[in-house]
Write a protein that binds this ligand. Structure first.
Ligand SMILES: [Zn+2]
Length: 326
């Protein structure tokens, strides 16, 4: 039932989600929120890191969305585009002027410096501030090209692939990450980037755009799909709001959610063996089960925090732990 090509993600012994599960969840959410690809065909906006005129627009827009809300980063991007007639003008401007234009989105000096570094590199290498050459490249080539820039991590690149380049890539932001763990689609100990590497393998290509947009938009609105252990999530459970979530029936009982049995995903010859042993109910499985049940509700909370810091560090976001990470 897996994709025709061989699985190359970090969790070979974690078969969820199946293509059928992806489709069922997408259909259920689309019944509530509408199909994103239909909105896209009508030219309506999807989410924050949405399609823009140029690939460079898409990259800068996504960079600005790090560690803030879509609304504020949208304002920051609009102000930047208003104040400067071109990316070349942004490149030549004093750092302070660029930072001022995007100040509303936070971390203004850091983001301005990164944007100018990218623009300077492109100018030096290609003679112009443009990323249109990425349109002809494979996802792997795009990842290599963009991944060399500081502050451009897996999530940002995935958003550029999905929205800027129209490729079938399953971007995993905080909302997608949290809901995926709650659905049992990713192990509890998966970092955001590990969840991305896993889900990008298993989510069918024709659902990647829709499912990403649906999970992001749903995650923003539904308290039951807020981060497990967060105040919002706890009150949703207490108020019985969890039952009104349209995908509640797809979520297994929280006590059955587990971390990946190997501490080193795909770390060597033993990782597959350990995972298989765990599935058989051997020592590894009992250990994993014990770890899950003894910590109960606490497990996702503590793990989530560590993963959040790790994910933020990967994107190179300074002081990210204290800020909204999306
Ligand atoms: Zn929900």
């Amino acid at each position: 039932m897996l994709a025709a090509r061989a699985y190359a993600g970090p969790y070979p012994a974690w078969p969820a989600p199946t293509a059928e599960a992806c489709r069922a969840v997408a259909e259920r959410l689309a019944a509530v929120h509408g199909w994103p690809h239909l909105k896209r065909q009508q030219g309506l906006p999807a989410v924050g890191c949405e399609e823009r005129r140029t690939v460079l627009d898409s990259l800068v827009r996504t960079l600005l969305s790090q560690n803030t809300t879509d609304k504020t980063s949208g304002r920051a991007f609009a102000t930047l585009k208003q104040r400067f007639p071109s990316w070349e003008a942004v490149r030549q401007a004093p750092l302070e002027d660029v930072a001022d234009a995007i100040r509303v989105g936070g971390l203004a000096e850091i983001k301005a410096g990164r944007i100018q570094h990218i623009l300077g590199t492109l100018k030096a290498e290609r003679g112009e501030c443009s990323l249109e050459h990425l349109r002809g490249l494979s996802a792997t080539e795009v990842k290599a090209e963009l991944g060399r820039f500081k502050g451009v991590g897996a999530k940002t690149i995935s958003c550029v692939l999905l929205f800027g380049l129209g490729q079938d890539d399953f971007a995993v932001d905080t909302h997608v990450w949290e809901i995926s763990k709650a659905l049992g689609w990713a192990p509890l100990n998966a970092s955001r980037d590990q969840a991305y590497s896993h889900l990008n393998e298993l989510v069918p290509d024709d659902l990647k755009y829709d499912l990403h947009v649906l999970l992001v938009n749903h995650g923003k609105k539904c308290p039951a799909c807020a981060k497990t252990g967060s105040a919002k999530h706890r009150s949703a459970i207490e108020n019985g709001a969890a039952a009104s979530c349209p995908i509640a029936e797809f979520k297994p009982p929280p006590s059955t959610l587990k971390p990946y049995p190997s501490s080193k995903p795909r770390g060597g010859k033993n990782s597959g063996k350990k995972a298989a042993a765990a599935a058989d109910g051997s020592k590894g499985a009992r250990k994993a089960a014990a770890a899950g049940s003894s910590e109960g509700e606490q497990a996702p909370r503590g793990g989530g925090k560590r993963q959040k810091v790790a994910a933020a560090a990967d994107e190179g976001a300074v002081a990210a732990a204290a800020q909204t990470d999306n």
